[in-house]
Ligand binder design. Structure first.
Ligand code: ADP
Length: 267
């Protein structure tokens, strides 16, 4: 896509220099298109729960409230859709925050203690599906990271490992260090992701439309948040997955100078 500007420069009384400036605005147009797509998608995604909440509450107010069977049923729908709305708004805010503050706020984090704390917030979900978590991170694994960004990443990956897992499934969280990077992997023995969908799941609003995924009520934004946060931390994310076997998300971050050598050797 090209944008053109014509500039007239008088060089003498009888001469006019005409300059045509051509700009390649392909990238700008692409960003503009992506932003418009995003706003369109967000509006569409917000509309669905809002329509349900408005519709069901109106029906209740118009008299269905007195129907003993309809009342709890409709309230449950309103509640579920409100939770979906909350998730959506949170994910959208996460995406806008990353644009607003791309800088890193580094802090030393003991990964084992940090993830153990984080796992406490998942206790009800883990117990509900009787899922077991195995943590394999050395006690003195200290990393220099942006705690807030890291929390978004790990939180989303654990959430998915629970959501797309079977009853009595398992989750393994490992930490390791190699010559150039430090890595965290989150593996589950859940549904798995088909090969041809493995790239697409990182796109905004992309969800694999199986009945099981639909039941889990996600927003389709989680992994795009993960991808952008990992990139903001100069890291990369690798996915290994097989349908019916499970999925493993590996996040790799460039080695920080100040990870102590002793810790590296102890892993
Ligand atoms: P959401 O979970 O809100 O739908 P995500 O962006 O987090 O959105 O994930 C996109 C899709 O990728 C999900 O709808 C799901 O189908 C698939 N997915 C993500 N994580 C896993 C996982 N650990 N196992 C199986 N499928 C997964």
């Amino acid at each position: 896509v090209v944008d053109a500007h014509v500039v007239y420069v008088p060089v003498s009384k009888h001469r006019l220099l005409v300059m045509v400036l051509l700009y390649d605005i392909t990238e700008l147009k692409e960003i503009e298109r992506m932003q418009l797509d995003f706003v369109g998608n967000v509006s569409h995604e917000l509309k669905t729960p809002i329509t349900a909440i408005t519709g069901f509450s109106e029906t209740l107010l118009q008299g269905a409230m007195n129907d003993k069977k309809a009342l709890p049923e409709f309230l449950a729908i309103i509640h579920k859709e409100s939770l979906k709305l909350t998730d959506l708004v949170e994910d959208i805010l996460s995406l806008s925050r990353i644009d607003a503050s791309p800088e890193l706020n580094l802090k030393e984090i003991n990964l084992r203690i940090y993830i153990t704390e984080l796992l406490k917030t998942f206790k009800p979900q883990l117990e509900k599906k009787k899922i077991k978590v195995f943590l394999e991170i050395s006690e003195d694994y200290v990393v220099n990271m942006d705690q807030n960004k890291l929390r978004h990443v790990i939180d989303n990956l654990i959430q998915n490992a629970i959501k797309y897992n079977n009853f009595q499934g398992k989750i393994w969280i490992d930490g390791s260090v190699d010559e150039t990077s430090w890595n965290i992997s989150i593996r589950d023995n859940g549904y798995g992701i088909p090969q041809d969908k493995q790239e697409r799941i990182f796109e905004r609003f992309y969800r694999i439309d199986t009945s099981r995924s639909r039941d889990s009520g996600g927003t389709g934004l989680g992994l795009s948040v993960v991808k952008e946060y990992v990139a903001a931390m100069n890291g990369e994310i690798i996915l290994e997955s097989q349908v019916g076997v499970g999925s493993k998300f590996i996040i790799k971050f460039p080695m920080e100078q100040d990870i102590q050598k002793s810790q590296k050797e102890s892993l």
